[in-house]
Design a protein around this ligand. Structure first.
Ligand code: GRF
Length: 199
């Protein structure tokens, strides 16, 4: 299964995915896209000799579709990609685009809910559990059908930073688990609850 990974930032989920997909795996990262030329994840891709593309206009569906077709992409993975995927791309790849979000959707999601804001909102509400969600992508931020969730406790002395770190560690195992299940099934599929992660 040929993957395109879209990023906007440092790319730690991309790095975790690459570590989980050594040579001979049923899936491979064949392209890395970003809306930011300065995204740290582009360097991660270059270190693995993976083709990269910086989207000059992230809303331009043609740029997306040309790149996905040129690299014969089967599955698009949003890993810290902060822009909406153009509707024409969602339409063409419906059911084959997934996103990871650092909270238990449908709570703490939607426009503007990314980075520390997510964890600040979780702490502000006094939630005792948080976690990560992988879902199918549609035309609206963080709304698509949920494929998998995993949970972590929120500790009394947590700050947005300490909570983010605990959730990120979980993300680095949840996203590869969903991708490997998709490679085995030929398309993204829900993971059984509770998600058996490689602890
Ligand atoms: C992750 O927490 C992801 O859930 C969110 O953006 C962050 C990206 O982190 N959508 P990284 O660039 O993969 O380190």
């Amino acid at each position: 299964m040929r993957l395109a990974v879209a990023i906007s930032g440092r790319g730690s989920n991309l790095a975790a995915l690459l570590a989980a997909l050594p040579a001979g795996s049923p899936a491979e990262v064949a392209l890395v896209l970003s809306n930011r030329a300065t995204a740290g994840g582009l360097e991660v891709a270059r270190q693995h000799a993976i083709p990269t593309l910086v989207l000059g206009e992230p809303a331009d569906a043609t740029a997306w579709l040309d790149a996905l077709s040129e690299h014969r992409i089967d599955l698009v993975v949003l890993a810290g990609y902060l822009k909406l995927v153009p509707p024409a791309v969602v339409h063409r790849y419906r059911g084959r685009i997934i996103n990871i979000h650092p909270a238990l959707l449908p709570s703490f999601g939607g426009p503007g809910m990314y980075g520390p804001r997510v964890h600040e909102a979780v702490l502000a509400l006094g939630a005792t559990v948080s976690g990560a969600t992988v879902h199918l992508v549609d035309e609206v931020y963080d709304r698509g059908p949920i494929l998998a969730q995993a949970r972590v406790p929120v500790l009394p002395d947590d700050t947005p930073e300490t909570l983010a770190e605990r959730v990120l560690e979980l993300e680095h195992r949840l996203l590869p688990a969903v991708v490997l299940a998709a490679a085995a099934a030929g398309r993204p599929v829900p993971l059984p609850e509770p998600v058996g992660l490689p602890w």
